[in-house]
Design a protein around this ligand. Sequence first.
Ligand SMILES: NC(=O)c1ccc[n+]([C@@H]2O[C@H](COP(=O)([O-])OP(=O)(O)OC[C@H]3O[C@@H](n4cnc5c(N)ncnc54)[C@H](O)[C@@H]3O)[C@@H](O)[C@H]2O)c1
Ligand SMILES: O=c1ccn([C@@H]2O[C@H](COP(=O)(O)OP(=O)(O)O[C@H]3O[C@H](CO)[C@H](O)[C@H](O)[C@H]3O)[C@@H](O)[C@H]2O)c(=O)[nH]1
Length: 331
Amino acid sequence: MTTSDNATVLVTGGAGYIGSHVVLALRDQGRAVVVLDDLSTGRRSALPDGVPLVEGDVGDKALLAETFARHGIGTVMHFAGSIVVPDSVERPLAYYRNNTVKSHALVEACVEAGIGRFIFSSTAAVYGMPERLPIDEQTPTKPINPYGSSKLMTEWMLRDTAAAHDLRYVALRYFNVAGADPQGRSGQVSKVATHLIKIAAQTVTGQRAELQIYGDDYDTADGTCVRDYIHVSDLADAHVAALRHLEAGGASEVMNCGYGRGYSVREVLAMVERVTGKPLPMRIGPRRAGDPPALVAGVERIGRTLDWTPRHADLETIVASALAWEERLVR
Ligand SMILES: NC(=O)c1ccc[n+]([C@@H]2O[C@H](COP(=O)([O-])OP(=O)(O)OC[C@H]3O[C@@H](n4cnc5c(N)ncnc54)[C@H](O)[C@@H]3O)[C@@H](O)[C@H]2O)c1
Ligand SMILES: O=c1ccn([C@@H]2O[C@H](COP(=O)(O)OP(=O)(O)O[C@H]3O[C@H](CO)[C@H](O)[C@H](O)[C@H]3O)[C@@H](O)[C@H]2O)c(=O)[nH]1
């Protein structure tokens, strides 16, 4: 099979938080999409009507070959995986299996089927504890947990596969993904929330009594950690732009995906209070193990390579959309 432009896109993990927003972005662009998901953390209801769901495992090569052929897949976007950093420290082999071993099966199935375009969800966790900001893609990759290592190994597989076979790829290293679809069609649903803005939204909606700030003695302007928060719908648009890049014959590339500016935990929480008009119950707790003081993306490469203009790049929009989604969930 040879790939052709505008062929159907297979989105693995498309029933999850980020994947479902990418499905929406692809559909909004009139693209044909098929989702492969085992629904381990994803939900069928996250998918818009009319998007076929292949319920199964991303490591199942027979299922992959059948899905590629049946739906005429030309590009794979790969989101399926396990994502909780402390869980990866406790169960490293589970993470290497689900994130690395199964990605190997998927990449191999693509090569065997002649699928030549691949877009991969990577993470800022590949950098570990970088000393200099902003973090550009030349920064040495030194992950400090199995989650980051499991994703970096997939990047390496893609690099080497692209050198040897007719496959081009884009790996997007996401910084802090947050917010929800502005039209309220999807958002984050986590059994166990760990992300700051999600936890703040749960606190605002009364699902938690209070929020803890994990340390206020960092070497940052206000003592709390700084992160580069990116709206999930802008991230989704970046994937569509990466697809266009590959369809136009663009070269394989690894790119940071953030806005290139950081906000502290205190600034984020102040924005939550501004949006709700109410004080947020919070207290200072101890540092959380493994938290770098500041992570801000260098975004020169993505700006130069992709035709991507963020549309929701302000903290107020991110926070307001996350809160609106949480209100829907608890209603
Ligand atoms: N959320 C973040 O802040 C963040 C940051 C950096 C990178 N990422 C990456 O983005 C991707 C998506 O993350 P998310 O936040 O949407 O997580 P999520 O848990 O909401 O989505 C993952 C999806 O993959 C599915 N899945 C997991 N294992 C599978 C398997 N073996 N076979 C088939 N489906 C499987 C789940 O059911 C779920 O729908 C992940 O690869 C993650 O590493 C996320
Ligand atoms: O209840 C909370 C939750 C978080 N934080 C702080 O808020 C900041 C952001 O924390 P998140 O958990 O929201 O995000 P991380 O920066 O830890 O995580 C990001 O980077 C990780 C790897 O470093 C993974 O890739 C993860 O998926 C991605 O969101 C950190 O300083 C954290 O200590 C709190 O103070 N209180």
